[in-house]
Design a protein around this ligand. Structure first.
Ligand code: 6YU
Length: 530
């Protein structure tokens, strides 16, 4: 290396007082080969960030992953005769604007239907596409037309909930309280014969909504910012070879040894001077649970919000600024789990895609009873019939959110299987219904590096908390200092939180933030931008 290029490094090493400007010069001088970038977490945010950095000439990148696998909340497992998704299942809004769709189409990972232009123009309103077959707890099969009106009314209310703005709603209002108000208003016009059933069907819709938002109750989900969540057009689709095929394909673009597995990060020390084995001094040092340490110029943190909630006070040193700690505390991160059941033979009609469960006597106006041991299964919203049945076997995938879902994680497979058998016998009205032959469940709340499923904007928080979470350190006012700790992951995307595309966008966003600091030779640096 010519001495002229080494000079700023030496100056940085020995002369600390004017560290701020020298830091910038260091970035400008280093080029893209040398800066050491550590990425914490190998979900789609982390892998996406690494790929973007690598593609832009960065060569000193390492991903530290706590678990023994990559993919994070994208997890495809063998089940029955095929593959099942334990985490993300659908591309929500598979149309050209969605980066997960773009990549999956580019890498030929999708089936022919997903690529049909007409399917890319459909608006599903953020819900898994399915025409339900509805069973009730007394073993009745309610025909869909009976609930069709109620369904369109319910979707209209949800749409109205999305149309609120900050000025037009109280900061403590929840989506749950809004829906209850609409239900009460509408119920005045229902006749006596349908009143109870309508209420029970709406309770079941709320159970589905809790799964969509990943929350215990819609009373926890803030109304004012609800509409900030943005949906792409497109009929949700799945991956024939599993969602993980996308992670693996992105990973193939970076060198094999970029990811270090089973390397849980315990603490990030930043704003310091840590000497690396190359004798260079770095501003950040990462300590792992096994005692290993790594130094870096930049660290991109992509750990889930659930993990940050548990460790926000001591994960960084100096600690996170109060605005970030507050955002972490206030934003919501709930549990949504899946219960996969394989049957020898299907008991459902060949063309059913969703089996909805309606508990007679239940109501959307009151919260379900708290006795979890007795009542946890009442929160199960229903079962998606997994396709293609020929390849996978006959598999139903149940969805359950909230505290009931967390309680379910504490039970054994046998207990859950036996409860599911009784429940399905009750709802189909067939006491002889053969039990499932196999069960597989997700347990996202018990995962020590996740502690839940995905984020939502909780009552008391707002989209600006998401922005706060996404802000890099040092904070804006120290813009002259080099970037040190950056934050990505689904919970940092104001309009696309809780999704894989939000996570991918967030990883790319933070990679771009670093890339902007290292202009290609010959490109003028805009100090204003920095
Ligand atoms: C989607 C879908 N989907 C179902 C279920 C779940 C999620 N999502 P990661 O966690 O992946 O990576 C972080 C890594 O960090 C991880 O590997 C850790 O081990 C590691 N780590 C943690 N601590 C560490 C440490 N200390 N040291 C080192 N490493 C550490 N999304 O697009 N379609 O169908 C579903 C679904 C059961 C659990 C989903 C879905 C969410 C995505 O899975 C998730 O956002 C991303 O994978 C996260 O990636 P990441 O990289 O950020 O973190 C109106 C309105 C409402 C809003 N909601 C609507 C959308 C609903 C979402 N859809 C849900 C439906 C299903 C079925």
């Amino acid at each position: 290396m010519p001495i002229s290029r080494l000079l700023p490094l030496l100056v940085f090493f020995f002369v600390q007082p004017n560290q701020q400007t020298l830091g910038l010069e260091l970035e400008e001088e280093m080029g893209r080969q040398r800066p050491a970038v550590l990425i914490i977490g190998s979900g789609i945010a982390g892998i996406g960030a690494a790929e973007k950095l690598y593609h832009n000439g960065f060569r000193n990148i390492r991903i530290l992953e706590a678990s023994g696998r990559t993919g994070g909340r994208i997890r495809t497992q063998n089940f029955a005769k095929g593959l099942a998704e334990m985490g993300a299942q659908w591309i929500h809004g598979p149309s050209p604007e969605n980066p997960v769709f773009q990549l999956s189409a580019q890498y030929n990972l999708l089936g022919p239907d997903a690529l049909l232009e007409e399917n890319q123009k459909i608006d599903v309103g953020g819900h898994p596409p399915a025409i339900p077959v509805i069973y009730t707890s007394s073993g009745k099969n309610i025909s869909s037309p009976l609930v069709m009106n109620l369904t369109s009314l319910y979707f209209e209310w949800l749409e109205n909930a999305r149309n609120f703005t900050k000025d037009a709603c109280s900061p403590n209002a929840s989506v749950g309280s809004f829906l209850r108000q609409e239900i009460l208003r509408s119920s005045k016009e229902w006749d006596k014969d349908t009143y109870e059933l309508n209420m029970a069907v709406l309770r079941s819709f709320l159970n589905i909504e809790c799964c969509v938002s990943g929350t215990h109750t819609m009373d926890y989900v803030a109304l004012c910012p609800y509409g900030e969540y943005t949906m792409f057009l497109g009929l949700d689709c799945t991956f024939p070879k599993g969602f993980e095929s996308l992670v693996n394909r992105i990973k193939a673009n970076i060198p094999n040894d970029t990811v270090t597995l089973n390397k849980a990060v315990k603490r990030i020390s930043w704003d310091g001077s840590f000497q690396g084995s190359d004798s260079r001094v770095y501003p950040v040092q990462v300590q792992c649970e096994d005692g290993d340490t790594f130094v870096a110029d930049h660290v991109i943190v992509t750990v889930p919000l659930g993990f940050l909630k548990k460790h926000s006070e001591d994960f960084l040193s100096p600690p996170l600024p109060p605005s970030k700690i507050q955002a972490i505390k206030k934003l919501g991160f709930g549990t949504m789990n899946k219960i996969l059941l394989e049957f020898e033979k299907p008991f459902w009609e060949p063309n059913s895609s969703y089996i909805q469960l309606v508990w007679e006597g239940s109501s959307p106006l009151t919260e379900p009873q708290k006795d979890l041991k007795k009542n946890w299964m009442k929160k199960l919203s229903g079962f998606v019939v997994l396709e293609p049945p020929g390849q996978l076997g006959h598999v139903l995938c149940g969805f359950i959110a909230g505290e009931e879902s967390e309680y379910m994680e504490s039970l054994s497979d046998e207990e859950v299987l036996s409860t599911m058998t009784s429940l399905l016998r009750q709802f189909t009205g067939n006491p002889e219904l053969p039990p499932p032959v196999r069960i597989l469940r997700s347990k996202w709340h018990s995962q020590p590096y996740t502690y839940g499923s995905y984020s939502y904007v909780a009552v008391g928080s707002s989209g600006s908390d998401i922005d706060s979470l996404a802000e890099p350190l040092p904070k804006d006012m120290d813009a002259a200092k080099p970037l040190q700790v950056l934050f990505a992951g689904e919970a940092t995307e104001r309009n696309f939180y809780s999704t894989t595309h939000g996570a991918l966008m967030s990883g790319r966003r933070e990679a771009q933030r670093i890339i902007d600091r290292y202009p290609e030779p010959g490109t003028a640096v805009s100090k204003a931008k920095l």
